[in-house]
Design a protein around this ligand. Structure first.
Ligand code: AMP
Length: 495
């Protein structure tokens, strides 16, 4: 077995016409509106065209269907034989009717300029029309295992001419208890054939199936489709509500953000923050339901063309905002509906680009944070910004100093830079920051005063105490689903 690494930079600009697919297939791809192959297609198509067996790790939504259908259409069309009655050349086995129907539709779509014939069979419907159809001759048969066996038992289908076998969503087929049916089908196939096994996961059972089925297979894999919460580097700053606007100004200036979308919970909050930012010399505009459509359109246009640095929006106003490659989102307050958080951070990190989302969270919002972390199934790393350290609520209040007699100047007051005598009151406030400073050394949370602010969470960072094992795992680069040992492969078709 040999593995293929992740896409090289050259592969990312790979075009369909560089894959060696026949012109009628390329035309159909163009008709479908696809411009470039998806990663699984870029990886799998050359392997299938090569003729060897293939083990592929990919889930629905990655474009895997075209990943095997396109090269199969090519291979079959390059070596045409007269379409035999009830004797297909390619069998695609899938777990469900819906998937079977969908795959056959893809075969039709991509093969529309080819003379190949395809059909789909599945249970739950009258078998006779399927038998009649098979009798008219077939090249590609898409089937669910049970109905296929029924048809084979009735001699309506002859599987001895199968040149290429696809087991799609093999893990689901095993989950659904199809292993015995699959084995029965395999026993009807000719020994010399090409086998392609697609699975989203690789359990021991799948590995056993692959070991028994595949002959020295190539291995290709694409990561799970990433959700916004996986694509976007997320950070939480625990900060008092009253300090949030100052922190936003500080962050924008410190990181020289050119384009930041800020979410507030209320329309008034959006107005207030936009005003505060403007006062601080940051170009800003607010959009929310009370603004006229004209004002909203203008604000958005200014934000897109760079005239406005910060766009402050409420959830409703931000729905459907499509801003290409928006690098930074700030949650001025957390939404109380956790799904809104996912929508908000989904404004950045779109179309495969990376983005960053920072949430400013007052202790009052801790419950919302918990709900969000539960929804996205990960803990969001916490970071502090120098000068904006949160009060450590968990720690007991510093003991009150003894009450000074009224009217007397404090004995141990300190002179501040501006010459004011802060007195005992200041001493009391000092008790906490000192303690915080100590706890930062430990460290309780990550101090990101500098430009790492929006860097993706690194599990090795010294905020381990705040991150669960699961969150650390999530933050790690995606490891392969299954890493078979590389073995030299002969490259010939069949077994
Ligand atoms: P699948 O993972 O095979 O179920 O495919 C998911 C969706 O991606 C289907 O709706 C396909 O039509 C679409 N698709 C497949 N390949 C491409 C491509 N190269 N570019 C754009 N969309 C694609």
């Amino acid at each position: 077995m040999h593995t293929q690494d992740t896409l090289s930079p050259a592969d990312t600009t790979l075009q369909f016409n560089q894959l060696g697919l026949a012109a009628p297939i390329l035309r159909a791809i163009e008709d479908a509106g696809y411009t470039t192959p998806t990663p699984i297609q870029a990886k799998a198509i050359p392997q299938v065209l090569n003729g060897g067996d293939l083990l592929a790790g990919a889930q629905t939504g990655t474009g895997k269907t075209a990943g095997f259908t396109l090269p199969i259409l090519h291979v079959l069309s390059q070596a045409p034989t007269s379409t035999a009655k009830g004797k297909p050349r390619c069998l695609m086995l899938t777990p469900t009717r819906e998937l079977a129907a969908q795959i056959e539709e893809s075969v039709q779509t991509y093969g529309k300029y080819l003379p190949l014939k395809s059909m789909v069979v599945f249970g739950g419907v009258n078998i006779n029309p399927q038998i009649n159809r098979l009798n008219r001759g077939i090249d590609i048969l898409v089937a669910t295992p049970g109905r296929l066996l029924d048809l084979a038992n009735q001699k309506a289908v002859d599987l001895s001419g199968i040149e290429i076998l696809v087991l799609d969503e093999a893990d689901r087929m095993l989950d659904m208890g199809f292993i015995h049916d699959i084995k029965k089908v395999l026993a009807m196939l000719p020994k010399k054939r090409q086998n392609l096994l697609f699975s989203a996961t690789f359990s021991d059972e799948i590995k056993r199936l692959a070991d028994g089925l595949l002959n020295n297979p190539a291995f290709v894999e694409v990561a799970r489709r990433n959700t916004a919460s996986e694509m976007v580097a997320q950070t939480v700053h625990m900060v008092k509500q009253a300090h949030k606007s100052a922190l936003v100004c500080h962050l924008i200036k410190q990181h020289q953000w050119q384009q930041v979308l800020i979410f507030t919970r209320t329309k008034h909050g959006a107005n207030r923050l936009a005003e505060k930012l403007m006062k601080d010399g940051i170009t800003a505009a607010a959009i929310h339901g009370n603004k006229s459509q004209g004002a909203r359109t203008k604000a958005l246009a200014d934000f897109k063309n760079g005239a406005v640095t910060a766009l402050v929006a409420t959830d409703i106003a931000a729905r459907g905002l499509d801003i290409d490659q928006l690098p930074q989102v700030v949650n001025f307050e957390l939404p109380n509906v956790p799904e809104d958080y996912v929508h908000r951070i989904g404004r950045t990190g779109r179309a495969g680009s990376t983005g960053a989302a920072i949430s400013l969270v007052d202790f009052e919002e801790a419950k919302y944070l918990k709900d969000i972390e539960k929804l996205i199934k990960r803990e969001i790393p916490k970071a502090t910004v120098e000068g904006f350290e949160p009060p450590t609520k968990q720690e007991p209040e510093a003991p009150r100093p003894p009450k000074q007699p009224q009217g007397r100047r404090p004995q141990s007051g300190q002179q501040t830079a501006n010459g004011r005598n802060t007195g005992q009151a200041q001493q009391k406030n000092n008790a906490k920051p000192q303690k915080q400073h100590q706890s930062k050394q430990k460290p309780q949370s990550q101090s990101l005063g500098q430009s790492q602010q929006h860097a993706p969470a690194k599990p090795t960072m010294p905020h381990g105490r705040l991150i669960s094992e699961a969150a650390k795992h999530q933050a790690l680069p995606q490891t392969p689903l299954f890493a078979p040992k590389p073995v030299h492969r002969g490259g010939q078709r069949g077994r």
